[in-house]
Write a protein that binds this ligand. Structure first.
Ligand code: NAD
Length: 280
């Protein structure tokens, strides 16, 4: 993989960082793209999509996260980072340009950036609804459109979208998130057909339940602020819920994303990586 380049959105932490490490370990050159906080395009675009990017209902990645991710993954191989707000077309174009400038090409795009908000419909704000779709759904469109000219130049191009098991089944109080992830799978299948004649494969991973900020800070609010205790509570709760007896890890997601990016005749797939909690 030494001559291939991947760009990972939302790559500064969580599942995105698991994907970054898997690709760096496999020899890819990696561009980590995330909010970072210093991006004026990010602030402008996200405020029109409902609220400041860094001040969501839980903290999103900041510049320190981005820098730490680059230095940690940099020990595995050639890794660079740039700021991106996937809700801004201009910002997406700049992230692709930064990748080409740094590595000379782009072969694999991982559309992983995402946000969650949950709650009963009557209490759900229009701004939050728009923001969830702006990042999780429109972000895939804007990033893929920005990357397409470079992907068409590649001899071995692929796109992997991070959808969710919430893109295969609806859950109570999750209509915006589930809707945005069902859409992500629809976009994946549509682009897989559209790009097939050009040889670009498009697939999605559907993570089950991973102990990242989305779960630990939002979906499973806990009384404790102690991170170890929080993790233990989370793992105990998920051990009972998931057939294979444990929550998924960011490494599980990295392995699946790497498989989909390198499987030469697989396209249009939405692969559940969920320990059996979702089998469709
Ligand atoms: P996370 O919050 O740690 O990671 C999300 C990343 O996306 C953050 O680094 C954040 O800064 C970035 N991001 C948010 N808005 C952005 C924007 N406008 N532009 C660029 N980057 C932006 O949570 P995670 O669990 O690692 O989430 C990664 C992906 O996995 C998301 O698409 C999420 O919906 C999906 N997912 C997560 C789970 C889970 O159990 N954690 C399950 C299914 C799907």
């Amino acid at each position: 993989m030494n001559d291939r380049v991947v760009l990972v959105t939302g790559g500064a932490r969580g599942i995105g960082f698991g994907i970054v490490e898997a690709f760096a370990n496999a020899g890819f050159k990696v561009m980590i793209a995330d909010l970072g906080g210093g991006n004026s395009a990010a602030r402008g675009a996200s405020s029109s999509a409902g609220g400041d990017a860094e001040n969501w209902n839980y903290n999103l990645a900041n510049k320190q996260d981005l820098d730490q991710a680059q230095s940690k993954a940099g020990q595995l191989g050639e890794v660079a980072s740039c700021e991106v707000d996937v809700t801004s077309s201009d910002s997406c174009v700049k992230a692709v340009a930064a990748t080409i400038e740094r590595f000379g090409q782009l072969d694999v795009l991982i559309n992983n950036a995402g946000v969650v908000q949950s709650g009963p419909l009557l209490e759900f704000s229009e701004d939050d609804w728009d923001k969830v779709f702006a990042v999780n759904t429109k972000g895939i469109f804007l990033m893929t459109r920005a990357a397409l000219p470079a992907l068409l130049e590649s001899k071995d191009a692929a796109v992997v979208n991070t959808a969710s098991i919430a893109g295969k089944k609806g859950y109570a109080d999750m209509s915006a998130y589930c809707g945005s992830k069902f859409a992500a799978i629809g976009i994946t299948q549509s682009l897989a057909n559209e790009f097939a004649p050009s040889g670009i494969r498009v697939n999605a991973i559907c993570p089950g339940i991973v102990g990242t900020a989305m779960w630990l800070e939002h979906l499973m609010p806990s009384n404790t602020t102690d991170i170890d205790e929080k993790n233990r509570d989370f793992e105990d709760a998920m051990a009972e819920r998931i057939p294979m007896g444990r929550p998924q890890t960011v490494e599980d997601m990295g392995q699946a994303a790497l498989y989909l990016a390198t499987a030469r005749n697989v396209t249009g797939v939405a692969l559940s990586v969920a320990g059996g909690i979702e089998m469709n």
